[in-house]
Design a binder for this molecule. Structure first.
Ligand code: PBG
Length: 328
């Protein structure tokens, strides 16, 4: 009998009004879940819009301080910093230089806002003349030469006050190399958020405009992962977990919710997801096109990333989420 077997189960009872819906809601979002990306460059008095990402800007250091003040007032306290240096070179030496754009940013921000939690994106693509994420040898990024430069970069970031480092270059063994370098320099307290499962994604298009980091030849498929692969993502995450990553990241987020879910189930450490530039731009574009309500879709998108298993969401929407209003 149907009634006996299903006990007259009627899930709609718990959807009758907003009060009961909120009592049974399984996932909630909070501003404390978010990390807000900031693009910082040389010069003064600069707040340059990025046309493919309405609401996102490239700031000079003096201007990024205003932005951080606005964010802190909204309750956003964690930031990931991307630098665009004045001079690029073959190896991206600005990344380990005391006068580098990130080093000067860390100094200035920490002096004014010691409570701001500053995560540095640790990579080379914005700093190299060729736009690749490391040292080029025989037309490809050389893994182990790049590790040597990564060590210099993280120690320099830590010296200038970074609270956490987030290596995004997908070099093999980057976590152990960075952990050893930090510990060797006395920075045992600085956590590593590993971009562990980072795919060679076309969703990064707008970011590369923002960060001026498009490779001048080839693409990133010799180091970032093939979007077709799931087992390989588990291998990458296992390696980073074993090497001591404090947080594992999956990137992009929306097209890779299955990977976020696996990460959440598999590791007893926090999982981060990067809601990338293309995901952000699509919402803005579709809202302008009139086909969706961008605020509602933003809320649903962020919720889906949290529900899939992300404890931390890196998102350009952080401010707009708090304001519940899009800048178009
Ligand atoms: C590499 C880096 C990239 C992003 C974050 N870190 C770009 C890339 O791999 O080409 C992309 C972020 C986004 O699309 O929002 N430094």
């Amino acid at each position: 009998m149907l009634m006996e077997r299903f006990y007259n189960r009627r899930p709609r009872r718990l959807r009758a009004n907003e009060t009961i819906r909120s009592l049974v809601r399984e996932t909630t979002l909070d501003v404390s879940d978010f990390v807000y990306p900031l693009f910082i460059t040389y010069g003064e008095n600069l707040k340059a819009p990025i046309s493919s990402m309405p609401g996102v800007y490239r700031f000079s250091i003096d201007k990024v301080l205003d932005e951080i003040k606005d964010c802190i007032d909204l309750g956003i306290k964690a930031f990931i910093l991307f630098g665009i240096p004045e001079h690029k070179d073959e190896e991206g030496s600005d990344t380990w230089c005391d006068s580098g754009v990130i080093q000067r940013s860390l100094d200035a921000i920490k002096q004014k806002f010691p409570e701001a939690y500053l995560i540095t994106d640790v990579c080379f693509c914005e700093y190299t003349s060729h736009g690749h994420c490391g040292v080029i040898l025989n037309n490809d990024v050389d893994n182990d030469l790049t590790l040597e430069n990564l060590k210099k970069q993280v120690v320099s970031h830590a010296k200038h006050g970074a609270d956490m480092v987030a290596p995004s270059g997908m070099m093999d063994n980057m976590i152990i190399a960075i952990r050893e370098a930090l510990d060797g320099a006395g920075f045992t307290k600085i956590p590593i958020m590993a971009y562990s499962a980072k795919y060679a994604s076309k969703f990064y298009g707008p970011f590369r405009d923002a960060a001026d980091s498009t490779p001048s030849f080839g693409d990133r498929r010799t180091y970032q992962m093939d979007p077709a692969n799931k087992k390989e993502a588990i291998l990458e995450m296992d390696i980073d977990f074993e090497q001591g990553a404090d947080i594992i990241m999956v990137k992009p987020a929306l097209a890779y919710l299955d990977i976020i879910h696996i990460a959440k189930e598999r590791y007893n450490i926090p999982i981060a997801a990067y809601n990338v530039s293309g995901e952000y731009s699509m919402v803005k574009a579709a809202h302008k096109f009139g086909s969706i309500n961008g605020v509602d879709v933003m809320n649903e998108m962020l919720m889906s990333i949290k529900r899939a298993g992300a404890d931390i969401i890196i998102t350009y929407f952080a401010k707009e989420y708090v304001l519940q209003k899009l800048e178009l």
